[in-house]
Ligand binder design. Sequence first.
Ligand code: TRP
Ligand code: SF4
Length: 403
Amino acid sequence: MANSGKQRVLSGMRPTGQLHLGHYHGVLKNWLELQQEYECFFFVADWHALTTEYEDPSIIEKSVWDMVIDWLAVGVNPGAAKLFIQSRIPEHAELQLLLSMCTPLSWLERVPSYKDQQEKLSNKDLTTYGFLGYPLLQTADIIIYKAGFVPVGEDQVAHVELAREVVRRFNHLYGREADFEEKVESALKKMGKKNARLYHQLRKSYQEQGEVQSLEKAQALLESQQNISIGDRERLSGFLDGSGKAIFPEPKALLTPASKMPGLDGQKMSKSYGNTISLRENPSAVEDKLRTMPTDPARVRRTDPGEPSKCPVWSLHEVYSDKDTKDWVVDGCTSAKIGCIDCKKPLIQSVLEEQGPIRERAEEYLNDPETVRGIIADGCDAARDVARETIEEVRDAMHLVYR
Ligand code: TRP
Ligand code: SF4
């Protein structure tokens, strides 16, 4: 299937509980921007959730539709992005299996999250085959759509790195076609004479002088071509270093800036710290949570001046308030002109204002589950079309098609 010429972006989220404002500010707002620029695939990573929640998977079942509704409610647009559920596309699993044949065990053992998470989640037994293999499943998730970019936080960069290594090895082992050179020639024709000449020059300079910059320029040239299919782009990319067709492109991590979203206690907002406000938290609970939030411990009495930099409430003002409000807080706090309850009022209002339309839209989807199921069914169909095409190429490359 030819795509629109846009690069693909893929990202997944584990359905392991309610989404909160940290997800909104840290991840979802980023998705909203990406969906305008790229062909996006966003999926519910239910199998990934199972790697850590296998003892009690009911939380996954409870969270799947709520998560999709949260996405839709914040403005993820099913007209622009494909929204689907991982386990409905079993091709991800087939690809993981096939990749597992040529992935050294040591590559998985040295992924930092493997040991880190086992230590962090010591209440769970994560000495399983599924948990060890989970970054390879993630590799399959990414490359089955030939995604160019993967928006991830710092903790997931190593997983994209693994995907790149697996892709290189796979392309090296299986990226040979009998009529490779002819296909390269015909792909070059589609780019036009001028671009084809530039491609040849850059390839020569890379191959003969080892000019890495030329390689990068050639890759950029290929990425900018609208007239060639993904398959052709991979051939031309593989031809640059002479190894044959690159069946998979190497995905790049798009590092999402670390979420600045503070929780109710000033630490990063996270379910495991119990300091969250959920995306659709009801307004009176939002008010309660903010009203009872801790403040600068030095402000024991109303007349004691405070120091915003030592106060978790201030961290939230930094996310939600405009300059005037922030000036008012700094001035009022350090001179004890305002009390902490006053200080929290504009914050309560901002959070409620932010959540109002989200809650309303979520309500509409909650009242219309058929629409939500339809959106996911369409997204799954679209994802499956791409995944099937890739898996056929892979079976072919691995000599698994017996005619
Ligand atoms: N592993 C990711 C997480 O735990 C979720 C995920 C699964 C993902 N597959 C992915 C993210 C592919 C990006 C791309 O958050
Ligand atoms: Fe924190 Fe505001 Fe109270 Fe100062 S006035 S301590 S910033 S809540």
